[in-house]
Design a protein around this ligand. Sequence first.
Ligand code: PLP
Length: 435
Amino acid sequence: MQYYSTNHIAPPATLAEAVKKGLAPDKGLYMPERIDRLPDEFFENIGNLSFHDIATKVATAFFGEDIPAGDLKKIVCDTLSFDTPVVNVHDNIYSLELFHGPTLAFKDVGGRFMARMLSWFINRDSDGKKVTVIVATSGDTGSAVANGFLGVDGIDVIVLYPEGKVSEIQEKQFTTLGQNITALEVAGNFDDCQRLVKSAFMDAGLNRMLTLTSANSINVARFLPQSFYYFHAYAQLKRAGKAENVVFCVPSGNFGNITAGLIAARMGLPVKRFIAANNRNDIFLKYLISGVYTPMPSVRTIANAMDVGDPSNFARVMDLYGNSVENVRKDISGCSYTDEDIRKTIATVYDRYGYVLDPHGACGYRGLSDNLGSDETGIFLETAHPAKFKETVEDILGKEMEIPARLQEFMKREKKSIKISADFDDFKNYLESRA
Ligand SMILES: *Cc1c(COP(=O)(O)O)cnc(C)c1O
């Protein structure tokens, strides 16, 4: 299958090119040329299928022409070494728990899938050149990508993160790994990190020296596999007899996760509507209200993985809806919550229902509890384990939380990072020194 750029200037790319490049040369984002509708009988029968079967079917729709069936199935099954269960919180509100992977956030799915797919292409094409994956993180991407690629031959990973703006647990998950993983601590915010990465891709000199690729959610190999768990969530509701009028509420930052849901819906998944839940970085909500997209510098919140002022996947949402805000409004509504709202929500949901939300999932839960109709079934994406935000959540609940063993392992190790400024020349010098 071919992939076109949302800017429509760069020529179409093969899957291998789109995965290796990440961003298209015209700065657009790659989109699959077709989004095939899956057959009705797949949805009728979906309640009887396993997560691996469902995900393999979805993966085949996109990647089946490019990767042999057996290899693709292996990539899918290796990626999904953990489940994404749907848990009832109360009444018609369900939590899709996406934190059962190695780094306890949903980004494990895309990170693990991309690592496996990229190394499959590198093996096949065996041009012998090392690939350098650069990734900007607001917290959870870095750990998922770094852990997904750890020890993979032929691939070096450089993680850029904003100094002092990620939690200690998040930081430990990508600064303690060593081997082929390097962490750069940037004196700036997440948008600076993202800008440095984009500038590196645009720099002709650097691209002659190094084969650079991006593992941000702009990469099709990270973003498309996120559709797997929307189907699996629907299958679980179907088994529970609750699959009518399904509403997904997605805590959103760069909008990669919700875009994967929109793609699932295009493939025929019966979703009634979507809600994009924001923290105070509510550029998308403002766009829905005014029809005008105005990127803004991000502000810091306790749901820090959503502190994004210029969501990179906005271009994909526009592409899917023909640049029409009226069309977007038919499928997606928005909401925005302050830190105070988030705190209250975490406290209330724990008091009333005994369910511990993380600050991101709290926005998702709130988006449903404020907006869901009585004839609808709402699923919010619980995007990270609350223990990843231990200090915040313990402070709100006034009690200690149990830390899963796989997180405790990271906490014991020593942080190693290289400090750089937010100036592109600094980053460029560093990359040149590696070439
Ligand atoms: C990355 C992240 C988000 C935002 O996801 P996008 O795909 O960037 O919209 C939400 N919650 C958590 C915990 C995250 O790590």
